[in-house]
Design a protein around this ligand. Structure first.
Ligand code: AMP
Ligand code: ZN
Length: 462
């Protein structure tokens, strides 16, 4: 079956032709682990997961690499300001390494909650410093770097086709931006490859390099690590739409100047999830996480279902009312599909047709809303037997990953209360009074009264 994908590099829907006939190499920009991932970040990771599952459903082996940014991403997203990791460490009174580990663990749990498959290869920026230094050295040999007081920079005027993926109006930007430029920068679009540690100050994360002690610029990690694991040319690179004009533009510049070849064949970007009050941002605080949804009683898969009802290239506004609607839809879908569990799956010409139809929508630039609608059509069609429906659902759920054929975990009220009491006990033991109070409030809203006794906590129904 033909797969069509919208390629940001070229701005058109194109037939997907992999470099190797049976294997696809994908690199996806991973999280910056200075805080929890918010549900906007996770929209991008769900989109990438769907892409991967669609390719697998088409018979491809997918080699997926994702990085963990644990150094060098500055709060400005540019070349000045504090490192997000160091800011996180200061905020929480921990070491940068503790911050990185804690939020990496939290991210893994988010992936699990949303049924996002882990990549085959994880790579951390801090574990690939030498590869990044080697890449900057290779750029130096090509004559596209220069040194300023605070670091080594790429001279973007020497890069052929710089900014092509973003259709950047370089001259316009240059004229408008003179004032904000770091002193000595030759062009507005030049970017840091290696930053020096500030004089008379030891950074929490810093390494030796041929140019002086410091740390890598944010973009270099993705070029260096993707090429290490996927080769000098690979099939697909993904990320959120915000990465097009700076991060991915600079990744392309670095990689292509070093190899002299086209680097990535297909660039896919997901549009943003926004709040009705505006942008959801990780550094701005006040963002919604998967845990927020769980605490409010939502099944995280209802959020996955919510995302699947929008095309990845349209901006999506998040509201709890909209999530309630999706949660209802998901509940109905699950009620129908679970009823098929006890019925033996039956394969017929009709099931093949329904599966092809579903997959065709997926293959058409991941049109998941249409794919989902086609699954609903099958479920509602009285002429299709339950055995046939079982076969179709089983196939579709390999991509949707909504646990459609899994027994719902029915927790009795007793089990739920006991679980929460245990969580509260742990929170109190850890002196996490805020969390303990939150759990007490949650129990109280369920009509449960807690009584602390010498033998522990007892409870009764109000
Ligand atoms: P970060 O952890 O900030 O490096 O971002 C991780 C991923 O989330 C990147 O691919 C971003 O482009 C993406 N992203 C950031 N904010 C949003 C949002 N509101 N909606 C969708 N994707 C986002
Ligand atoms: Zn990246």
């Amino acid at each position: 079956m033909t797969i069509k994908l919208y390629n940001t590099d070229g701005r058109s829907v194109q037939e997907f032709i992999p470099i190797n006939p049976n294997e696809v190499g994908i690199y996806t920009c991973g999280p910056t682990v200075y805080n929890f991932a918010h549900i906007g970040n996770l929209r991008t990771f769900v989109f990438e997961d769907i892409l991967k599952k669609v390719l697998e459903a088409n018979g491809f082996a997918v080699k997926h690499v994702m990085n963990i940014t644990d150094v060098g991403h500055l709060v400005s997203d540019g070349d000045d300001g504090e490192d997000k990791m160091e800011a996180g460490a200061r905020r929480e009174g921990k070491t940068v390494w503790e911050i990185a580990q804690g939020y990496t663990d939290a991210f893994m749990l988010d992936l699990q909650h949303l049924n996002i498959a882990q990549p085959g290869i994880w790579c951390k920026a801090t574990e690939h410093i030498q590869e990044q230094i080697d890449m900057v050295k290779a750029m130096e040999v090509k004559g596209v770097t220069y040194q300023l007081e605070d670091g080594i920079y790429c001279d973007t005027s020497k890069i052929k086709d710089y900014g092509r993926i973003a259709n950047l109006d370089i001259e316009g930007m240059q004229a408008g931006a003179r004032v904000e430029m770091i002193a000595g920068k030759r062009n507005f679009t030049d970017f840091a490859l290696w930053k020096f540690s500030p004089k008379n100050e030891q950074r929490l994360m810093e390494w030796d390099s041929p140019w002086g002690v410091g740390f890598p610029g944010w973009h270099i990690e993705c070029s260096a690590m993707s090429m290490k694991y996927l080769g000098e040319q690979f099939d697909i690179h993904c990320g959120g739409i915000d990465h097009v004009s700076i991060h991915h533009t600079n990744e392309i510049a670095q990689s292509e100047v070093v190899t002299g070849k086209k680097w990535v064949n297909y660039w896919l970007h997901s549009e943003f999830l926004v709040l009705d009050k505006g942008k959801m941002s990780k550094s701005g605080g006040g963002f919604i996480t998967v845990q927020t949804l769980i605490d409010k009683g939502y099944n995280p898969l209802a959020y996955r279902y919510f995302l699947l009802n929008a095309h990845y290239r349209t901006q999506l506004t998040f509201t709890f009312e909209a999530l309630d609607g999706a949660a209802q839809g998901y509940k109905k879908l699950k009620a129908r599909t679970q009823a098929l569990l006890s019925i033996e799956a039956e394969e017929t010409v009709r099931t093949q047709e329904a599966i092809n139809k579903f997959l065709n929508f997926c293959n058409n630039d991941l049109n998941m809303p249409r794919a989902l609608a086609s699954l609903w059509d099958v479920l509602k069609n009285p002429e299709i037997t339950d055995g046939e429906k079982h076969t179709v659902v089983k196939f579709c759920d390999k991509i949707l990953a909504l646990n459609l054929l899994q027994e719902a975990e029915v927790l009795t009220l007793d089990q739920q209360v006991e679980d929460l009491i245990l969580k509260r006990k742990e929170a109190r033991e850890n002196k996490n009074w805020q969390e303990a109070d939150k759990i007490r409030d949650q129990l109280s809203s369920m009509g449960i009264i807690l009584v602390d006794t010498a033998d522990g906590v007892t409870w009764s129904k109000a």
